[in-house]
Ligand binder design. Structure first.
Ligand SMILES: Cc1cc2nc3c(=O)[nH]c(=O)nc-3n(C[C@H](O)[C@H](O)[C@H](O)COP(=O)(O)OP(=O)(O)OC[C@H]3O[C@@H](n4cnc5c(N)ncnc54)[C@H](O)[C@@H]3O)c2cc1C
Ligand code: SF4
Ligand code: SF4
Ligand code: SF4
Length: 393
């Protein structure tokens, strides 16, 4: 029977493979999703241990075969994607062939992110990064059923989820395109839920839509946007938004994200990330709307990326440089001892109080002034250094 360690990523390979249905999901004290074993139902078959990526011998793939910088030719697609729309392009190809795409959907009514698929919702609902962990449930079993029926499947998730699905399946399937991304970390659904509830009280209305990668200020600015049923809108850059700020400061991250090995050695066919170091790609303002770095980790991944050439502007990059960029992007840090205290503070008092604790009054003032200036485009034009890269004038 699998041992549930602190480094458990919550990938749920163990839950999905258990023939006795002895493994469920529960939230720990900070709301992170953990497997829970009902030992009275366990048959001691050992399958959960075998599927667990923490126990497995497969250690993922360190280096890409090919690397591309790209953006989708449709401005609309880029505007509704986190980066340059690489995921949308790959997913569209699979759908064209009658396949199915699995990705993360954020249900704002239930305030819950979970694995969903294009048989049940349009592809657009799966786009963009949700900076929170997603609930896998029995999702890998569904993937397996579609593969067994001979259908093409694209699965996109965090690197630990990609490793989890690999561990669950136990072998490669030619119909499966496994996609993951440079992954800094996830935080818990409880933190997000409490934060959204706080916003609802403040705006006296239910949240209708949320976007963690709103491009109003330009792609280069992480920006959190929420729309309420009463028509009001909340929009703040990452440093001014308490949830985003605490997430980026490592304070709210899942324990397994610190020193995570899956973000460094991927199990997927394609790895995606933002491509900030875009150099000449900045031409015609595209760098301001979003660019993806797409790495082919396998031959299958390379073929998939070549197949989207008709949809995207693509340029091949030096593999070593791209690989270095990816590792620099997905940089899970060592676990800071303060993380326990920070998470306890966020759980008890909320992320706004934690942000206050983490910033000096001077820094808080700086970010407040910056946000004020950014919300006034004419004023922002006079302070390019203050508003930073990617600002759309
Ligand atoms: C939690 C998280 C952390 C990230 N950290 C970094 C980072 O540190 N550096 C970096 O360069 N890029 C990071 N990314 C990736 C980046 O934000 C973009 O998702 C990526 O560049 C792909 O962009 P895109 O425009 O091609 O696709 P997008 O439209 O962004 O689609 C991305 C895909 O990711 C899936 N997804 C979104 N949220 C989740 C989630 N919570 N769990 C599982 N799957 C999800 C979506 O379903 C979709 O399939 C992160 C993404 C997430 C979700
Ligand atoms: S050992 Fe077998 S039956 Fe027991 S929890 Fe693991 S997979 Fe389930
Ligand atoms: S399979 Fe995944 S969820 Fe289960 S114990 Fe291992 S890491 Fe945790
Ligand atoms: S950093 Fe590692 S453990 Fe955390 S969500 Fe990303 S892949 Fe999973």
């Amino acid at each position: 029977m699998v041992k549930i360690k602190e480094e458990c990523t919550g990938c749920m390979a163990c839950r999905n493979i258990c023939p006795a249905g002895a493994i469920g999901t529960k939230r720990n004290e900070n709301g992170f999703l953990m497997p829970v074993v009902d030992s009275s139902r366990c048959m001691h078959c050992g399958q959960c241990e075998e599927a667990c990526p923490l126990e497995g011998k497969d250690s993922g793939r360190p280096d890409p075969k090919k690397a591309y910088a790209m953006y989708h030719l449709s401005e609309h697609v880029v505007s509704i994607s986190s980066s340059g729309g690489a995921f949308y392009a790959l997913a569209s190809e699979v759908l064209k062939q009658g396949g199915i795409v699995f990705g993360c959907y954020l249900d704002v009514k239930k305030k819950m992110a979970y694995l969903a698929d294009t048989d049940h919702m349009p592809l657009e609902k799966l786009l963009t990064s949700k900076y929170v962990e997603s609930y896998i449930g029995d999702g890998y079993q569904k993937v397996k059923r579609h593969l067994e029926a001979g259908r093409k499947v694209l699965f996109c998730g965090t690197p630990c989820q990609a490793a989890g699905l690999s561990g669950f399946l136990g072998k490669d399937d030619e119909n499966l395109l496994l996609v993951d991304f440079a992954c800094g970390a996830v935080t818990s659904q409880t933190f997000l839920r409490d934060y959204l509830r706080g916003l609802e009280r403040r705006f006296q209305s239910k949240v209708q839509e949320v976007n963690f990668r709103d491009k109003h200020y330009g792609w280069g600015q992480y920006c959190f946007w929420a729309k309420f049923e009463n028509g009001r809108v909340y929009r703040k850059t990452a440093m001014s938004d308490p949830y985003f700020f605490c997430f980026l400061r490592s304070s709210m991250q899942r324990f397994s994200c610190h020193g995570c090995r899956f973000a460094e050695r991927h199990y997927s066919d394609v790895v995606l990330s933002d491509f900030w170091k875009c150099g000449h790609f900045l031409v015609e303002g595209n760098g301001r709307r979003g660019l993806s770095l797409a790495l082919a980790m396998t031959q299958k991944g390379q073929e998939a990326l070549e197949s989207i050439r008709g949809q995207a502007h693509m340029e091949e990059l030096d593999r070593a440089e791209a690989s270095y960029h990816l590792k620099a992007r997905s940089c899970p840090k060592d676990k800071a001892p303060e993380i326990y205290a920070h998470q306890a503070c966020a759980a008890q008092h909320g992320v706004s109080v934690l942000r206050k604790q983490l910033l000096t009054p001077r820094k808080r003032l700086y970010y407040a002034v910056r946000q004020f200036v950014m919300d006034r485009p004419k004023l922002a034009a006079h302070f390019p250094k203050l508003v930073g890269r990617g600002q759309l004038m």
